[in-house]
Design a protein around this ligand. Structure first.
Ligand code: FES
Length: 166
């Protein structure tokens, strides 16, 4: 990584070698970049565009179209509260408010220490489990403010024990 870059060219080159330096590899390469950095650094988008010979506008369109991609840094614990209709009527707004107060974050924000990102999503397709909260890849159904608080505490304990966050 050069002083001005926010990503490692060698690492991204590895992703490109794995999937092929062709426009058809764009999504797979972006997925690897997202996984590595937990977001898509702007300069990495430019680099990937050049290497795959894809117009930057097209790369940007892909990066902004899929929810799996983020143009902003994502915390180690990415908390998403479902605000779809089923979850909303079962109290997800209150859960979101409580998490927002507890973490001192508004939806879409990441804590300064890079630990937490609070987000909202629309229906996750698990309405029978409403209200739903997702922490990283773990789906927690029939959540309440109390349950969300316990999930955060459990996550914080894992953090202090050095475990992988969930
Ligand atoms: S509305 Fe939340 S999972 Fe469908």
């Amino acid at each position: 990584m050069s002083a001005a870059e926010t990503f490692c060219r060698t690492k991204v080159d590895t992703f490109i070698e794995t999937h092929g330096a062709a426009p058809s590899a764009l999504i797979q390469v972006l997925q690897d970049v997202q996984e590595e950095y937990r977001y898509l650094p702007a300069d990495a988008l430019v680099y990937v565009s050049e290497r795959l010979r894809v117009p930057l506008a097209q790369t940007y369109n892909v990066a902004t179209f899929y929810n799996a991609f983020s143009l902003n840094p994502i915390g180690k614990r990415h908390i998403s509260v479902c605000m779809g209709t089923a979850c909303h009527v079962r109290g997800s707004s209150m859960i979101l408010d409580n998490l927002s107060t507890r973490l001192n974050l508004k939806p879409g924000e990441t804590s300064a220490d890079g630990e937490y990102t609070l987000d909202t999503v629309n229906c996750l397709g698990a309405c029978s489990l409403a209200p739903v909260v997702v922490i990283n890849d773990a789906v927690h159904g029939k959540t309440s403010s109390g349950k969300a608080k316990k999930l955060l505490e459990k996550s914080a304990k894992k953090k202090s024990a050095g475990d992988k966050p969930s």
